[in-house]
Design a binder for this molecule. Structure first.
Ligand SMILES: C[S@@+](CC[C@H](N)C(=O)[O-])C[C@H]1O[C@@H](n2cnc3c(N)ncnc32)[C@H](O)[C@@H]1O
Length: 446
């Protein structure tokens, strides 16, 4: 295999063009297709697809439940549900009109009980793979429907018509959406107006990505993907549109197109002017739950705390009334917003905010020494370089909030090996009806 790869590499240098031609002409791999196969779903896999055994191999069939007896068309290891022969007892009528067409909420067809027990089972299995004990897992916290305060939609104009919505399952096709079960009503109500705006701004064939965030004083919108500068007349239209639609600000790739008032959020008791498209927890409910978990974990500690991957200060602002805190964050706009808020806030203990890339430049053991506790809330890929430094430090308490159980379990295993004990672990479901799960783990040095 190695020899063949080397040979092809040498060949491609001398005959680049003919090799490219060959690659294009190479016949596509034929994926076996079977039609009308009868399957029984045995369980749901970690990505949320139903799994069935067919002649000794696993077929993944989206939108199914364990116990479903179905007929499916099968291509490779993927099945498409074409007929329900006998439904599972764990199934319910999916409430959203866009279910199955839209790529979001792919687990809406499960009963609430089954969905939640599946979330927990997945969580247990992920921890087990990394030999992390799941005995201390607390009850699952789940947000309510219609509470999502930020969402990203796609828009496409074709033959004068706008399609506005989410992406279809495993596809870049846009599904036109008129209602959304999980979205905050203020954002859902904006969809018709947004359709009109995109109709005015996009040329036929153009696409754009629109992030909407519900803030205290309206809605903040950031649009990405305009192929050209908007004219003064178009900017005027955007401003009029925003005024009529209770939209505080419209930005294009972060640049202000129209602003009637600065959009702000209240985090803990402080108002923060949020940068366009900044990270925020998906719902106010889950934000408060995460803040409570973090505050409770640190309640008995004395002394300063470090908030790593601090974003706009979800945890910094929740804790700064009680203790000195040093926030570290990689995004300069979030850093600026947090500094500004902390500077104007009254009654806070000292707050320091530093822009720092924690993957390239994690806090070292000598820097960590002064903290009574460290909060970590990294992106999906986890915090491997920072965890490595923490294992060599003497920090007594780590509170790790994570949006990815797999990288959490990997990092937790490393902390446990370095003689930290996992004291409590709370799963939080803030992306309803999806396979995503957040969690907060509290580690103490033995
Ligand atoms: C999951 S968010 C958490 C934000 C905040 N703790 C909250 O609850 O709102 C992760 C944050 O890490 C930041 N980030 C991502 N990679 C980073 C890095 N290499 N160094 C520092 N910050 C980073 C992102 O900008 C984002 O604000």
């Amino acid at each position: 295999m190695q020899a063949a790869r080397t040979l092809r590499g040498t060949f491609s240098l001398r005959h680049k063009h003919s090799n490219e031609r060959k690659r294009h002409n190479r016949p596509k791999k034929v994926v076996p297709t079977l039609q009308n196969v009868e399957l029984t779903i045995s369980h749901i896999g970690h990505r949320g697809d139903g799994c069935a055994d067919y002649e000794g191999r696993t077929i993944f069939v989206p939108f199914t439940a364990p116990g479903d007896h179905i007929r499916a068309d099968v291509t490779g290891d993927r099945g498409a549900l074409i007929e329900m022969l006998e439904p599972s007892k764990d199934r319910r009528q999916a409430p959203c009109p866009h279910y199955r067409v839209c790529g979001g909420c792919s687990l809406q067809h499960l009963t609430q009980d089954y969905y939640q027990s599946w979330q927990l089972k997945q969580f247990h299995e992920t921890l087990k793979k990394h030999s992390v004990s799941a005995e201390i897992i607390q009850p699952l916290f789940t947000v309510e429907e219609n509470t999502r305060r930020r969402a990203t939609l796609s828009a496409l104009k074709r033959r004068g018509e706008i399609t506005l919505g989410y992406l279809a399952p495993k596809s870049h096709d846009i599904v036109d959406v008129t209602a959304c079960l999980v979205l905050d009503p203020a954002l859902e109500a904006l969809l018709p107006a947004l359709r009109i705006l995109m109709g005015d701004l996009l040329a036929n064939g153009d696409k754009a990505k629109i992030s909407m965030t519900k803030v205290e004083n309206g809605v903040d919108i950031n649009i990405e993907g305009f192929e050209r500068e908007l004219t003064a007349e178009e900017r005027g239209k955007v401003a009029d549109w925003a005024q009529g639609a209770n939209v505080c600000r419209v930005t294009s790739d972060g640049e202000i197109l129209a602003q009637h008032r600065a959009p702000y959020l209240t985090i803990a008791k402080e108002n923060i002017e949020i940068p366009p498209g900044a990270f925020l927890q998906a719902t106010q409910m889950s934000q408060e739950k995460l803040q409570t978990l973090v505050s409770e974990a640190l309640a008995d500690t004395k002394g300063p705390v470090a908030d790593l991957y601090a974003g706009c200060g979800t945890f910094t602002l929740a804790l700064a009334h009680d203790r000195p805190i040093h926030a570290f964050e990689g995004d300069g706009h979030c850093v600026k917003a947090l500094i500004n808020t902390a500077h104007h806030a009254k009654g806070l203990k000292p707050v320091e905010v530093s822009k720092r890339d924690l993957a390239d430049r994690p806090l070292m053991p000598a820097e960590l020494k002064k903290f009574a506790g460290v909060i970590l809330d990294p992106p999906r890929n986890g915090a491997a370089p920072q965890i490595q430094q923490i294992t060599e430090s003497s920090v007594p308490l780590i509170v790790y909030a994570s949006c990815n159980p797999t990288t959490f379990a990997r990092d937790a295993a490393q902390l446990i090996e370095a003689s930290y004990t996992l004291k409590t672990l709370t799963p939080v479901d803030q992306f309803l009806y999806s396979a995503h799960l957040e969690c907060v783990g509290v580690f103490e040095r033995a």
